[in-house]
Design a binder for this molecule. Structure first.
Ligand code: CTP
Length: 414
């Protein structure tokens, strides 16, 4: 999973008359780069903001603007577009087009195409002045669109082109793209509660200094994202990182190993899957000074106390059917260490990665995982961390099916 979810997907982008239409040019460009087949339909009002030529150049396809183009084949364009679309993304969706769709009108190519499409494929991204958005008529139309089975990606709040503040700005592409990625992912973790830990921990010496490690959190965040995309209910317990919170995931921020210990132990019992990608500090300073230590008064040594091994504790109280996965960042005897930790911590699987090189492990964008389990060792390809996460989650789904066969009845076609 996760090689490229967009490749080959047929996405119809319906552009309507809103100043935010120019932003959607960037979306179309990105979708085309992701190898999606993008067909743009523009309303007459949209053409006042951006030219069809812009969208044609960015999508690499002819832009559809009218119901009654020359030729019989063209007049059936709406049926053709609707039938073949994996997704019909209306962005920006003006108040006017939302009213038409709520009423079931079909007086131009876009509204006709929507009526001919599977409602579950329709995604609406409203963008308008905040008072227009808040108006009871618009809100009523939104509620109707939801009832019809269309997905709504709500507008953001902030300063708008009309220099007013409020809710009405077109949603950010990062969010829209992530929601599309979820639609294109198998929903084979739907209803499964997954706990992921990520990042380093920081063990304070005094208010200014701490002991930590090089973990960036990228691997754990990628797993949390991947699990959410596949329908899981995800809790991410994260040490300090510079990463943005993943969409749809419940994020619990912690600093020290002891805080991570308390959070994990309070939440793990409720989760069918626990994936411990965090690089937990094994030791903390025995004394945490209340005030900054001055160098003249500082001792030459820092005495350390051992932190509890969270994963070991989880392994001890693992309940039947729970899937427990560890990570190990190693620079020597990777597989030996993997086998040792798998047994010692009572895990279903441990993902070992090499921190000796520069393009795997800590801080890197890519990784190569060696999966060690009771059935042997599987070395995955060297790919992006999101792709690694997808491959690991494939094994989680397989394992869930083995430990609780009811899991195999989960819908994987949505
Ligand atoms: N781990 C944990 N609590 C700790 C230390 C580690 O939960 N106090 C978890 C990590 O999140 C990871 C796995 O245990 O999933 C392996 O971590 P690692 O640091 O490689 O294991 P250690 O048992 O600490 O072994 P080492 O002697 O190599 O540090």
């Amino acid at each position: 999973m996760e090689a490229n979810l967009f490749a080959g997907k047929r996405i119809v982008v319906g552009v309507t008359g809103s100043i935010a239409a120019f932003k959607v040019a960037g979306w179309v460009s990105d979708l085309a780069k992701e190898e999606a087949q993008v067909m743009v339909v523009m309303t007459t009002a949209a053409e006042r903001f951006v030219t069809p030529l812009t969208f044609a150049a960015l999508s690499g396809n002819t832009v559809h603007t009218t119901m009654f183009a020359d030729g019989a084949a063209e007049s059936m364009a709406h049926i053709e577009l609707a039938r073949e679309a994996d997704c019909l993304l209306i962005a920006p969706a003006s108040a006017d087009v939302m009213a038409k769709l709520a009423a079931g009108l079909a007086d131009d190519l876009l509204t006709t195409t929507v009526l001919a499409a599977n409602p579950a494929a329709v995604v609406v991204c409203p963008a308008m002045n905040s008072r227009m958005y808040a108006h009871p008529a618009t809100q009523r139309n939104l509620a109707i669109l939801r009832q019809l089975g269309y997905a709504i990606i709500e507008p953001a709040t902030g300063m708008m082109a009309c220099k007013e503040e409020g809710q009405g700005r077109l949603a950010e592409w990062e969010e829209v793209k992530e929601r599309l990625a979820r639609r294109f992912s198998p929903q084979d973790l739907r209803g499964v509660r997954v706990l992921v830990t990520a990042g380093p921990t920081r063990e304070a010496i005094d208010p200014a200094r701490y002991i930590s490690n090089r973990s960036s959190g990228k691997m754990g965040y990628a797993i949390a994202r991947g699990a959410w995309r596949r329908g899981a209910e995800v809790v991410l317990i994260s040490g300090p990182t510079a990463l943005p919170p993943p969409l749809g995931v419940k994020l619990v921020k912690v600093t020290s190993a002891m805080e991570m210990h308390d959070s994990v132990l309070s939440l793990a019992d409720d989760c069918q899957v626990v994936i411990k990608a965090a690089a937990v500090a094994d030791f903390r300073p025995e004394v945490r000074h209340r005030h900054k230590v001055k160098k003249e008064q500082a001792a030459d040594e820092i005495r350390l106390a051992k932190n509890p091994d969270i994963l070991f504790t989880l392994g001890q109280c693992k309940r039947p059917g729970q899937v427990l996965i560890g990570f190990a960042a190693e620079s020597d005897d990777l597989l030996g260490e993997g086998r040792r930790k798998l047994a010692k911590k009572n895990l279903d699987l441990i993902a070992v990665n090499d921190i000796g090189g520069s393009d795997t492990g800590f801080e890197a964008e890519s990784n190569q995982l060696h999966l060690v389990s009771a059935s042997g060792v599987e070395t995955l390809p060297h790919v992006s961390k999101l792709h690694c996460a997808g491959l690991l989650l494939d094994r989680v789904v397989q394992r869930l099916t083995e430990v609780s066969p009811a899991a195999s009845s989960r819908d994987s076609s949505a």
